[in-house]
Design a protein around this ligand. Structure first.
Ligand code: HEC
Length: 281
């Protein structure tokens, strides 16, 4: 009798452990992509981040905020619109060029690319004189524009589902970048109960209509063909940068620390050998 109750307990425990695995099975496993930013030496592909920003700005920004980012972050070191001063050999004039370059960095607040991006967005503000609500052109120091006034407005506009803030979405979701990209590509075209069938979304029905519906929705400036898959990959790359903009600096520092520790270990070992040189043991 005792033994039997032990078995019951064991089976109950096993069933309990297996439950989350079974529950997760209703969604397909996202396909793995070889992202350039993976691994200890991984880096962002600046062109992909730039293209992904265009996708975000043209398509996703109508519904999703990006609260942790300001426009000037786009022009910071490692950002997609980082720029530097260069000397034009022919005219002898100083010019601004995209990229880290070799010259002095352009202050993100003065960066003409960042200023143009911000200025194209209308930001809600309070008029200092009248105290009334007003709209004005964005500045590099502004946070990315929130498309909705509040969560009630967001839910009302999306059939009750609230589009989550995308600042750290790649880190917040299990499966990370692979999952985010898969969600954008997982639509079957079917609709049920006002929601959309998505193979990778838990439960299978998502409140977001397929955002990337046709190739060429975004005009890429670098000649890359804007297929649906390319746009999904690029916007995911951008969101990865957004959720971890200092990854490059962190990995570099990690490498320096590792090299330092290896040298320190070697020195410590040599010192140990030296100290115990004449001692029999
Ligand atoms: C028409 C509005 C709309 C647009 C445009 C839109 N989304 Fe969404 N998105 C939503 C809504 C609503 C949800 C919440 C869905 C839910 O919880 O069922 C959502 C959810 C998400 C999620 C979270 C999925 C999860 O696991 O919870 C991600 C990631 C996402 N959207 C990315 C994007 C990206 C990237 C774009 C641009 C390519 C985009 N969205 C464009 C409305 C939109």
């Amino acid at each position: 009798m005792k033994l039997r109750s032990l078995w019951v307990a064991v089976f109950a425990a096993l069933a309990f452990l297996a439950a989350p695995a079974l529950a997760a099975e209703d969604a397909e496993h996202p396909p793995a992509v070889a992202w350039s930013f993976e691994g200890p030496f991984g880096k962002y592909d600046v062109n992909a981040v730039q293209r992904g920003f265009l996708v975000y700005q043209t398509v996703c920004a109508t519904c999703h905020s990006l609260n942790h980012l300001s426009y000037r972050n786009l022009g910071e070191p490692g950002g997609p619109y980082e720029a530097s001063w260069v000397m034009n050999e022919e005219t002898g004039e100083r010019e601004i060029e995209l990229g880290a370059g070799h010259g002095r960095r352009v202050d993100p607040n003065e960066n003409p690319y960042v200023r143009a991006i911000a200025a194209a967005v209308m930001i809600r503000d309070i008029d200092r004189e009248t105290g009334e609500e007003t709209e004005r052109a964005g500045r590099p120091s502004d946070r990315f524009r929130n498309p909705y006034r509040n969560s009630a407005a967001a839910a009302a506009a999306n059939g009750g589902a609230i589009p989550p803030d995308l600042s750290v979405i790649n880190l917040a979701r299990k499966g990370g970048a692979d999952y985010i990209r898969a969600i954008l590509l997982g639509y079957t075209g079917e609709e049920r109960e006002g929601r959309y069938v998505n193979r990778y979304f838990s439960g299978g029905l998502i409140g977001m209509p397929s955002p990337l519906t046709q190739a060429g929705m975004v005009a890429y400036e670098d000649g890359t063909e804007a297929t649906i898959e390319q746009m999904a990959t690029d916007v995911t790359h951008f969101l990865q940068w957004a959720s971890d903009p200092h990854m490059a600096a962190r990995k570099e520092m990690g490498l320096v620390v590792m090299v330092f520790l290896i040298i320190l270990a070697a020195l410590t070992y040599l010192a140990y050998k030296n100290v115990w040189r004449d001692v029999k043991h």
